[in-house]
Each structure stands twice: as C-alpha cells, then as structure tokens.
Write a protein that binds this ligand. Structure first.
Ligand code: CA
Length: 306
C-alpha cells in the first residue's frame, strides 16, 4: 500500500483534496472550537493548496517563472475569495489563512516537479515557511498536554498560551506588587456595559471527584464590586441557555486580595429540572453589571480542590 501511495502521489493528492474541501465551509459547533482544533483547521489551508498545485503538476509541469507567478496570483485570488465567503457566512476571514494558502502553493510548486538544481532553495525555504506556520499549533499542543498534566489546576496564567482559552477583554499580566516568577494572572478590563466580563472554556471538563472550585482575585481599586460567577455543562445549550439551567452565584470583590471557594455540590444541584453533568463542564463565566466606570481586576489560581 505504502509503495503504491509513493508511486501515485497525485492520486493521494486528489483524494486529500476531496476530503479537505468540505471542511472549509463547515461551521463547527461552538463547543468544538477549541484553540487547538482551530489551529489544525488553519493547517488544512496549507494541505489544500499544496494538493491542488501538486495535482495540477501531474498534467502541467510548472517550471517557468511566468507559470509560478500565474499560479501564485490565481491562488491568491481564490484564497482571498474563500476568506471573503467565510467572512460572509459567519466564519472569520484572516490574513493568516492567506499566508498558509500561499505557503501551500509554494510547497506544491517546489516539490511537485522532478528535482532541479534551481528548485533546491525553494524546497528548503518553503519547508522553513511550513515549519514556521506549524509553530502556533505546536505551542497549543504542548500547552494542552501541560494543562491536562496540571489538572486540577484549571489556570494559573504562568504560560502565555493560556489566554487563548479566555474570551473577553483579557490579557496575561504581572499582578501589581507581586512581580515574581509565579506572579502572573488574568488581567480583566471591565467596562460600563450592562454585562461586562469574561468566559473560560476548553478546560479539562470532568470535575467529578472534587469538592470545590477555587480562585483568587486582586482588586486594585478602593471600592467593593458585586460580581457573578456562572458555570454550566455541555447540555446547557439544549435549554436555550435558560437562567434556571445553570449555576449563578454573586460574590463580592473587596479591595485587595480575595480568595473564593464554591462547592461543586451547589453547581451539581443548580439546574432546577436536572443535575448538572459534572463530567462535562463546558463554560465558566465571571461578570459584573452596570459599572459606573471601567475597572481592572486580576484573577488567578483557578483550580478544583478535593
Ligand atoms: Ca499565577
């Protein structure tokens, strides 16, 4: 089988094309869209354009500078159009995708024809470009392995990739007065919108066997704030995100450091018509309401405790 594949790379290329194309237009459910899976998605652009160019060279050997330019211009136009269609269908258009498209084209041009002396540098440089485009995926994959090894720590913000898992006006920053090696936390900018806050997703979802959810909060301001913690499982969408189908609890963010523990039994019993599925926890959100002026807070040490 392997030797057949090596003799017929163009058929492999065409087969891969048929398999890859539909995914450009699939709208993944929100719960699937983890940063790591999106990074894999991004790499499909390279594979797609590599396969197209490789398959084309089966019939038309693209060796002149003019043909390379034409193919690159065509790929740029096609790739740009795909981005625009994705922009219109609710997916995000991105220049990163265009860079991945063009790298796929470059790889296909350089590796799709028999070895020639002048191709050598194109082969080396296109492979380097491929390696560079793999870096985000590798970073996310390494981060995931570390994250699962650290569990029941959910987030301590000592790795830069961690912020990809949070939605909202957030960044990783050193906490004022605690600028040591473990002093990084999630810096959250809250605004005056009716609801202002942030969400955390794609963490290890099986919380069974633990008793409490813990986190710390540093409020550098002088006023106490009323905050809300919300937690729900993967089935919450089925209720249309009904208020009574998730865990909601208020807590006070006093000036300075605060430390909180929330009983997982309360999260289990929070939905009015069912039990929360502690084996499939999906989203943790923290927000505040109707702030008179913007506020900055720092969150750290999200973890489960026995
Ligand atoms: Ca920390």
């Amino acid at each position: 089988m392997t030797s057949w594949l090596l003799r017929k790379p163009v058929w492999v290329s065409l087969l891969l094309l048929v398999l890859v194309v539909p995914w450009f237009f699939v709208h993944l459910p929100h719960s699937w869209r983890s940063p790591l899976l999106l990074a894999v998605w991004d790499l499909c652009h390279i594979l797609f354009f590599f396969c197209v160019v490789y398959a084309v060279q089966w019939r038309y050997k693209l060796v002149s500078a003019r043909s390379w330019f034409l193919v690159a211009a065509l790929a740029f136009a096609v790739g740009g159009s795909i981005e625009m269609i994705q922009g219109m269908t609710g997916r995000n258009a991105s220049w990163g995708d265009v860079a991945r498209n063009m790298t796929g084209v470059w790889l296909g041009l350089a590796w799709g024809v028999a070895q020639a002396q002048w191709l050598r540098w194109h082969r080396v440089l296109s492979a380097v470009a491929l390696a560079v485009l793999f870096v985000p995926f590798i970073n996310l994959a390494v981060d995931r392995v570390k994250s699962f090894n650290e569990f029941p720590v959910l987030a301590n913000f000592e790795r830069p990739v961690g912020v990809d898992y949070w939605r909202g006006d957030v960044s990783i920053a050193a906490v004022p007065g605690r600028e040591n090696a473990n002093g990084h936390a999630l810096k959250v900018e809250l605004n005056t919108a009716r609801y202002s806050g942030f969400y955390f997703e794609h963490f290890p979802a099986d919380w069974r066997g633990y008793k409490r959810l813990h986190f710390d909060l540093f409020n550098p301001g002088e006023k106490s704030l009323t905050m809300v913690l919300r937690v729900h499982d993967i089935w919450h969408q089925q209720s249309g995100q009904a208020y009574g189908d998730r865990y909601n609890v208020r807590f006070q963010a006093e000036p300075g450091w605060n430390s909180y523990q929330f009983a997982l039994d309360d999260i289990l019993n929070a939905p009015t018509k069912r039990d929360m599925d502690l084996s499939r926890i999906q989203t943790l959100g923290i927000f505040t309401m109707n702030l008179p002026q913007p506020v900055t807070l720092y969150f750290d040490n999200f973890r489960l405790e026995p």
